[in-house]
Design a protein around this ligand. Structure first.
Ligand code: BMA
Length: 392
């Protein structure tokens, strides 16, 4: 009897021992797979630099807003592909802190994107800006995997069923995957000489609550859109093992409440940055109240969810509004604590082949002084103003 009891006691001890061993191993594995303690990104395997970027942006954006410009070091008004040039640098004295880039055309195997930027050059400029401390965000005006036409084609009068066709189970799902394979290949090539992957804020399927792109509101159901976004994230993360991406969801600036924003929101597990795109910030709603309200909605949602939030696209087409930067943009992003909490604001590209298609002043432009004043504001950060290394 005693003997039996002893055995049972021993067995209990063994159980205890194995249980402890299991917990120890479990913790070790969990710790290892989390490259960094305090990883709040949606990817538990996010690289150290990506997690640091997220955490540092969270910190810096408490009282600063990073300024961004699309295609900034690639070309501007009166120049193209001249090493070291940038309209921001030529006017405000520094590169922007955030660089927007665009992949449209990559999925078709083109050597240049739809705006004529060679992908090789884009690659090099992204790596160079990372080494200087800048932040990269990438959008994708994807050609339709069904029709092969650009993202705006056949969206005016027709209902375009592209999304239904490319999600899992759809007739063109394989074509969509083939597009994503090309995107993944490019993203995976963004490395420094020592092999460090450059973290990227990826912003696919943007402005989806308008209907001017094939992934827009009238062209797919809420569920179809969410499925597509979720599949995209999963495929890049799991199939391609890309762990240097932060994902930004950026619908058009037409929501007025959290409930509106959530309609097509893919879910907290698929989004790191809550964004929105809105042009005409002061002419569509005279005092800019709409944009301020939207930033407030995002601020509350982001705080609740431990996410970043951003004004992912804006601008004044051809800078026709006097002192647009200090009298229109600044009062909006500096309106209150919530607007000041946005991580970055990005304006679109300076492209001289289209009339008035520029969004920051160029050398000699009447708004250079105003743009400099904007940069001088203590809450606004260009690349040279970044207070810390965002990747450390
Ligand atoms: C639009 C315009 C187009 C461009 C597209 C993608 O807003 O700038 O000329 O092709 O963005 O960058």
């Amino acid at each position: 009897m005693n003997f039996n009891l002893n055995i049972i006691a021993k067995m209990k001890n063994y159980h205890c021992f194995f249980f402890l061993l299991l917990i120890t191993f479990g913790c070790a594995i969990a710790f290892q797979s989390c490259n960094n303690v305090g990883n709040l990104t949606i990817d538990p395997l996010a690289t150290k630099e990506t997690v640091n970027l997220f955490n540092n942006l969270m910190e810096v954006s408490r009282d600063h807003i990073l300024f961004g410009h699309q295609d900034d070091p690639a070309y501007g008004i009166g120049w193209a592909y001249e090493a070291g040039k940038s309209d921001c640098k030529l006017t405000a004295g520094s590169y922007p802190a955030v660089y927007g880039w665009e992949l449209g055309g990559l999925e078709l195997g083109h050597k240049k994107n739809l705006d004529d930027v060679p992908f090789d050059t884009m690659h090099d400029l992204i790596v160079e800006s990372y080494l200087r401390g800048g932040v990269t965000t990438i959008s994708w005006h994807e050609y339709s995997p069904v029709s092969g036409k650009d993202s705006w084609a056949d969206t005016e009068d027709t209902v375009n069923k592209t999304v239904e066709a490319i999600i899992p189970g759809g007739t063109h799902h394989d074509e969509y995957k083939a597009h994503l394979d090309k995107v993944a290949h490019f993203l995976n090539s963004l490395k420094t000489d020592d092999g460090t992957l450059v973290p990227v804020i990826f912003r696919p399927l943007h402005e989806n609550t308008g209907s001017w792109f094939w992934w827009g509101e009238k062209h797919c159901s809420e569920l179809e859109y969410k499925t597509l976004f979720q599949f995209t994230v999963q495929y890049l993360k799991e199939k391609h093992q890309l762990h240097h991406l932060l994902y930004c969801y950026s619908p058009s600036g037409d929501f007025n409440s959290e409930a509106d924003y959530l309609k097509r929101y893919p879910g907290d597990d698929y989004v790191d940055i809550l964004g929105f795109d809105q042009y005409r910030i002061k002419t569509s709603d005279q005092s800019g109240e709409g944009a301020i309200l939207r930033m407030g909605v995002l601020a509350d949602m982001a705080t609740e969810r431990n996410k970043l939030y951003a004004f992912s696209e804006t601008g004044d087409y051809g800078l026709k509004t006097d002192n647009w930067f200090t009298e229109h943009l600044l009062p909006i992003i500096n309106a209150d604590e919530k607007t000041r909490g946005i991580t970055y604001v990005l304006v679109w590209r300076n492209e001289e082949r289209q009339v008035d298609h520029f969004f920051v002043p160029y050398e000699g432009h009447a708004q250079v002084e105003d743009f400099k004043k904007f940069r001088d504001h203590k809450g606004v950060l260009f690349e040279d103003d970044l207070p810390i290394d965002l990747y450390k």
